[in-house]
Design a protein around this ligand. Structure first.
Ligand SMILES: [Zn+2]
Length: 165
């Protein structure tokens, strides 16, 4: 069991933005066009395979349900950022019209789908990887009851004598 320190959540959110941006950088559209295939398939591959994989990767790295829920929208946002940079590298000229131009309704579905997969992935790795802090407090030698703050000298659970902490 690996415990991931809880304060790493901002890093997880930043990673999903970056992951989406990296998927947007893949030159699949151009590769498909060069191979005589429809460039749209390249985009479809990025949206249907690349973005979910990026979300799942972050969800496994930081397996917590509430962060996983926002991974989908963040990954899609990162992806949109790169696509907009391709259309207009001068980001100070970005407009709502441009955003609408690079957006597609399927991205909304992708955001929801990516979050869903991320939640499933974060729960699936539960037995091996979890977000939490290691439990290092004293425990009763007899029954395992946590004795942090116990001053009575006896375990409240089983009554065994304990070394008073
Ligand atoms: Zn006990």
């Amino acid at each position: 069991m690996t415990l991931v320190p809880p304060p790493r959540w901002p890093l997880a959110l930043a990673m999903s933005l970056l992951g989406g941006a990296l998927v947007g950088l893949l030159p699949l559209q151009e590769m498909f066009a060069r191979a005589g295939l429809r460039p749209g398939w390249g985009i479809a591959l990025m949206v249907n395979i690349g973005l979910p994989l990026a979300s799942i990767f972050v969800a496994v790295w930081y397996p917590r349900v509430w962060t996983s829920l926002v991974l989908g929208p963040l990954t899609v946002l990162g992806f949109l950022g790169t696509r907009m940079l391709f259309k207009e590298p001068r980001f100070w000229n970005w407009s709502v019209a441009l955003l609408i131009q690079v957006s597609h309704p399927v991205l909304l579905a992708a955001a929801i789908g990516c979050s869903g997969l991320a939640v499933v992935a974060s729960m699936a790795v539960g037995p091996w990887r979890r977000v939490g802090i290691p439990d290092t407090g004293p425990r009763c030698a007899g029954c395992g009851y946590p004795l942090t703050g116990n001053i009575g000298g006896t375990c409240p659970e089983c009554g065994a004598k304990t070394a008073a902490s």
